[in-house]
Design a protein around this ligand. Structure first.
Ligand code: C2E
Ligand code: CA
Ligand code: CA
Length: 383
């Protein structure tokens, strides 16, 4: 088989035949191609394709023999699309997309006239596994949509302590799904799904609304820290809605901190724009899960964060690992020099809290101080 990607065919020349192995797809660069099937021993032309059209992709996508033949009608120039180009895309595709493609493929095959029975599809891909994942995802997404509408997405608040003053000064808002059958579902199970769709916009609006309701009942120097994702930050309507809500509840933007996870920052230019936008609205910005991303320290000099939130994995390991303690000390002096505040999360013991306080970390959060709790409990807790 030639590796040349551009191929020329003369009028009447076969490009592939029904039953052939599907090793590539083609784009018609010039001329016309006929797609045909044998029907009662007679050929039947089912379509004629011209410049810019793709064909021969079906068998490549699910590794089945050609279910039609293709023939040059005029002199044609074709661009070969290698199997790997297509299979790589299929492998990296969302399972829902894969499943939709497979459904479409089998439906279009079933519409071909009388395709000979010996062309039984020998699909080596375990499509039932893909379909199961896809259908579960679809199901969960529909349920999530309903849960948002029914008010089953709740907002919990986890206290944040000023370590120096030993006082609770704010909290982080964390979403919970109160599922009628499965009980409380953690955000790790549904936030990612919501982030793949615009559902994260609705979840976000709920969280902001609840956070503002809480702030109305607290002293004006208390703050709520809210997790935001890229899809929200890119959506101007989302910000407009939040500003509307802020107006409605008369909330000072100083009482809101937005947490942006470090792993989200892949494109520095984009992150600079996001941070500028949040700044313009008056919110402070916190780099969440700090120290776990691959963004590097150079980025820290370009991104104007107000707060760095040290990831829990440092706090978990600091007691048994001196290097972790040294990195933590480095973070404290770096944050001071950059005039950023530090939050440590995942504090589970008094010893961890004392050590972080002695280092000069500004705020602490963790089960030792208080677990995430519903709004009534939080109001009682903060007193
Ligand atoms: P995160 O922003 O890093 O939130 C901190 C997570 O650590 C929370 O998990 C919290 O319950 C947990 N945590 C707090 N203190 C401790 C501790 O002492 N020990 C241990 N082991 N864990 C502690 P949660 O609530 O399950 O949230 C998971 C992640 O889901 C969050 O991580 C955040 O990235 C995301 N998330 C939660 N709610 C929202 C939301 O409304 N919007 C967005 N975009 N993301 C959210
Ligand atoms: Ca967070
Ligand atoms: Ca975090």
């Amino acid at each position: 088989m030639s590796d040349v990607r551009i191929k020329k065919y003369q009028p009447g020349q076969l490009i592939f035949s029904q039953g052939n192995e599907a090793d590539c797809a083609y784009i018609v660069e010039s001329g016309e191609v006929e797609i045909l099937v044998m029907h009662n021993s007679e050929e039947q032309i089912i379509s004629t394709l011209s410049s810019g059209e793709l064909f021969g992709e079906m068998g490549v996508m699910d590794n089945s023999p050609r279910t039609t033949s293709a023939r040059a009608k005029t002199e044609v120039t074709l661009l070969r699309i290698h199997r790997q180009q297509i299979t790589e895309r299929m492998l990296s595709a969302d399972p829902i997309i894969k499943s939709l493609v497979e459904t479409l493929l089998s439906r279009s095959r079933s519409m071909l006239p009388d395709v000979s029975n010996d062309l039984v599809l020998s699909n080596p891909v375990d499509s039932s596994a893909v379909t199961n994942v896809a259908m579960n995802k679809f199901r969960l997404e529909s349920e999530l949509r309903e849960a948002i509408a029914d008010g089953d997405i709740q907002t919990f608040f986890q206290p944040l302590m000023d370590l120096d003053k030993r006082r609770i000064v704010g909290c982080e808002a964390l979403s919970r799904w109160n599922h009628p059958v499965r009980g409380m579902i953690s955000p790790s199970e549904f936030i990612e799904l919501a982030e793949e769709t615009d559902l994260i916009i609705d979840v976000g609006l709920l969280v902001f609304d609840r956070a503002f309701q809480l702030l109305k009942q607290l002293k004006t120097d208390t703050f709520v820290s809210i997790n935001v994702s890229g899809r929200q930050l890119d959506n101007d309507l989302f910000f407009e809605n939040i500003l509307g809500l802020m107006d409605q509840y008369s909330i000072n933007p100083k009482q809101i901190k937005l947490e942006l996870t470090e792993t989200l920052v892949i494109d520095t230019r984009q992150a600079i724009d996001w941070i500028k936008k949040c700044r313009d609205y008056g919110f402070s910005i916190c780099a969440d899960d700090f120290g776990t991303g691959y963004s590097g320290l150079l980025q820290l000099t370009q991104l104007d964060f107000d707060i760095l939130k040290i990831d829990q994995s440092f706090v978990n390991r600091m007691e048994e690992n001196i290097k972790v303690r040294e990195v933590l000390q480095g973070m404290v002096s770096m944050a001071k020099n950059l005039r950023m505040l530090l939050v440590a999360e995942g504090i589970e013991t008094q010893a961890q809290l004392d050590y972080l306080r002695s280092l000069g970390v500004n705020y602490g959060q963790g089960f030792w101080i208080g677990k995430p709790m519903d709004v009534e409990k939080f109001i009682g807790y903060i007193g």
